[in-house]
Write a protein that binds this ligand. Structure first.
Ligand code: PLP
Length: 365
């Protein structure tokens, strides 16, 4: 049992609210794929997916084992594996996960596997590179891919998709519009080779916000579900899903001249009241937040983190806060707290959420 008192609460109410916010921006028939990779952006993928299973059409994970975990948690919804590996194709099929096929090597290997298992028309998703240069077939591959697929009864294209490189960045609008146009050409060419019509999708969260005209049949929403849009205004429309809480383990008075923590990094220039909190860099709290750079919230007031962040603990200055040992504290409670941590540690909200280590207990509320 994990009775470590630091806990990451995930708000069902906020997840549902955020999902509805995006549904309202889309056509009624546009399908929603909820991205729950990386433990549901650091939350709890199984619990989040279980909660959303009847509210969305699809889930996506990055790797096969993440999809297997969802199946073990009794999630029946279709699951797209964004970055499957050939060595996992057996497990992918056994768990009815749907692979992204992104090059000829994965295409041929998957068909060979499906044939070996005497499977017909296994759903696959073709990913095209339209400018991100990460995973995906190029447009020039189409005749070759389609010849292989049309000659096989073992697979069937369930969707065609691409991923935008800078959908959040208005300075890259022309680049993004080119990616979308490129994707449209790809869809047309693929459709020309087959009698059926696979779904098409290319928008992530900020794609939905900035390019709703390119929603096609489905959109893939990750960070937006967890409360972040691509700017302050959009984020303010969403609700925060991740709340990281802890308690005060101990309170000390550091007398003038005393120091606090490793390397004696904090020196008290006056008598200072400090609280020790059981969360540290091993829990995902960056050492960059030490030495007064970061804060936590106690009784709705900011308590600066003083000295160095330890592996399992931090010390905070509570000189001006009325509080006691055992009182609750928030490492972050609002999107603003998370964005402040992101900017202080020179990263983005995605990384702050996914960094919260598995030592921290998760609780859906
Ligand atoms: C992670 C991911 C998404 C979700 O992106 P957000 O910006 O979090 O909405 C969508 N599509 C692909 C291919 C991804 O890897």
């Amino acid at each position: 049992m994990n009775n470590h008192v630091s806990v990451l609460e995930i708000s069902k109410n906020a997840l549902e609210y955020n999902l509805q916010y995006f549904k309202d921006k889309l056509h009624q028939k546009t399908k929603i794929l909820a991205v729950v990779k990386a433990f549901g952006y650091g939350s709890d993928a199984n619990e989040v997916a279980y909660f959303l299973k009847d509210k969305v059409d699809y889930f996506a994970v990055a790797y096969a084992h993440e999809g297997i975990s969802l199946r073990n948690a009794k999630i029946p919804t279709p699951i797209l594996v964004l970055h499957p590996q050939i060595q996992n194709f057996d497990e992918i099929i056994r768990n009815q996960l749907e692979p992204t096929i992104y090059n000829l090597k994965t295409l041929n290997a998957f068909i060979t596997k499906a044939k070996e298992k005497e499977i017909e028309y296994y759903p696959i998703h073709l990913k095209f590179n339209t400018g991100l240069n990460r995973l995906g077939f190029s447009k020039v591959n189409i005749p070759k891919i389609m010849a292989i697929i049309c000659n096989s009864k073992h697979v069937k294209i369930k969707s065609i998709f691409s991923h935008l490189a800078a959908s959040e960045d208005s300075n890259e609008r022309q680049f993004t519009l080119n990616q979308i146009q490129n994707f449209k050409d790809i869809i047309t060419q693929v459709y020309d080779h087959i009698e059926y019509t696979p779904m098409a999708h290319t928008l992530n969260t900020s794609g939905v916000i900035n390019y709703p005209e390119a929603q096609f049949d489905m959109v893939r929403i990750g960070i937006g579900l967890y409360g972040f849009g691509n700017n302050k205004k959009e984020t303010s429309q969403l609700k925060n899903t991740h709340i990281l809480k802890s308690i005060i383990s101990q309170i000390h008075i550091a007398k003038k001249g005393e120091t606090v923590g490793y390397n004696r990094a904090f020196k008290a220039f006056k008598d200072t009241i400090i609280a020790t909190i059981p969360i540290g860099h091993a829990d995902g709290l960056s050492r960059k937040l030490g030495k007064g750079n970061g804060y936590i919230t106690i009784q709705n007031r900011s308590a600066p983190i003083i000295g160095n962040v330890c592996m399992d603990m931090i010390m905070v200055d509570i000189t001006n806060i009325e509080c006691n040992e055992g009182d609750p504290v928030f490492i972050f409670k609002t999107q603003e707290d998370i964005l402040n941590i992101s900017s202080m540690t020179e990263t983005i909200s995605y990384e702050i959420l996914t960094l919260i280590s598995q030592r921290i207990k998760r609780s859906l509320i």
